[in-house]
Ligand binder design. Sequence first.
Ligand SMILES: [Ca+2]
Ligand SMILES: [Ca+2]
Length: 449
Amino acid sequence: MDRCHLMTRWRVVASLLAAGGLAATQCAAAAEPLERPQVPGRAAEALRVPEWLPKAPVPKPVGSLVRVSSVSELIRAVDSVRPGTTILLADGTYELPAGLILREDGLALRGERGDRDRVILDGSKCRDKYIIMVKGADDVLIADLTIRNGREDGIEIKGEMDTQRTRIYNCAFRNLWVRSIKGGAPLEVRKGQSDPSSQPGLWKTRPTGGSIRYCAFLQDGRKRLDDWTGGDYVGGIDLMWLKDWVIADNVFIGIRGRKGDGRGAIFVWQHSEKVVVERNLIVNCDAGICFGNNWGPSFHVTGGIIRNNFIVGGTSTPLEICKTADVLVCNNTVWATDTTTPTVHFHQTMRGGRLFNNLVHGRMKVDESVRQSGNVVGDLRGYFVGPLKGDLHLTAAATRALGKSRPLAEVGEDLDREKRTPAPDVGADEMGPGSPLSAQPAGNRVLGP
Ligand SMILES: [Ca+2]
Ligand SMILES: [Ca+2]
């Protein structure tokens, strides 16, 4: 990269830093060339959340309320509150010296005004590997705040300690350099030494009924810090051993490793069951949605659904389903920017894989045992409003997609929550009058922060 280009890139990074990004030395990686293709375009565009994404409704706080406006008040409140308390954080930046551990059932940690951009938990000086840990507490809610600048994890959910129904809602995660949200499992589960019939007690404690919704996961550049993979050990959500979880309505932008082999924006694995991943927007991340992978136990996900997501892929696989049973992947729209790896990779399937009505600019590699129907795959240039900005809403030129699929009982709506018609469109978008985007011309959309 020539010096001039490098300086331009650096100015972009510097402007982002002025807006509250990471320490300058760590972000310099954004100026380095990429080994494999990424979504073209300026970093400043890629780092903004589209205005058309649904905004989170703001429910009223419940239980007894404790208001805090300083780091010391926050630490004291977290360490001393009773179960069922809502801690409301006043606007401001909270530089945490150590991670916050949430131990009480029913505890809520929320930005007071519902504006996540004004309440910032900053981990730059945090001595722990996490900024927040949910440790065995049930029914915890973390909402309406930003978690940023963590050396490793943003929120760690101790799945091995009977942590139930965690909700993470309308939060922004920025520059968490291992995982924004990480969940664990008991060692015997991770080693594949446990099954429900031999240890029913253990399996009753798995993390059940949690949700992550309306959150933004943003990274100001490729990972700079070192790790055991040489800088690629970074991802968005990495959860295991789940049951009945929902990951929906989130946006992921620019989660990338140093060499283009970062981990999934959404990665669910290790004996998870009935996880629904829907209406998420993933742009310019190395890997997109991954149910399972080649590592770990022989079995990763049973009975989940991946539907109505937009994925503009980076350098690795935008959509991977590996070592699963009875997983349905339907009505996703995927735009690959690199076809050296499959755009959709559905492999090592145990049983019951289904792949229906997906719209894929790229190529697919799918086990023969997986049932397929209604997928449209290939060169789909012209089909979408603005693919490089993550806008995969359909244009009138999407002739092979518009009205070309059969209805699925599992897909009543589209990514915009518009109702599907009797002859639905292929992919995540149903082109309808209620679509917030379809009316807008390509290339004009400025992605607001
Ligand atoms: Ca518990
Ligand atoms: Ca629509």
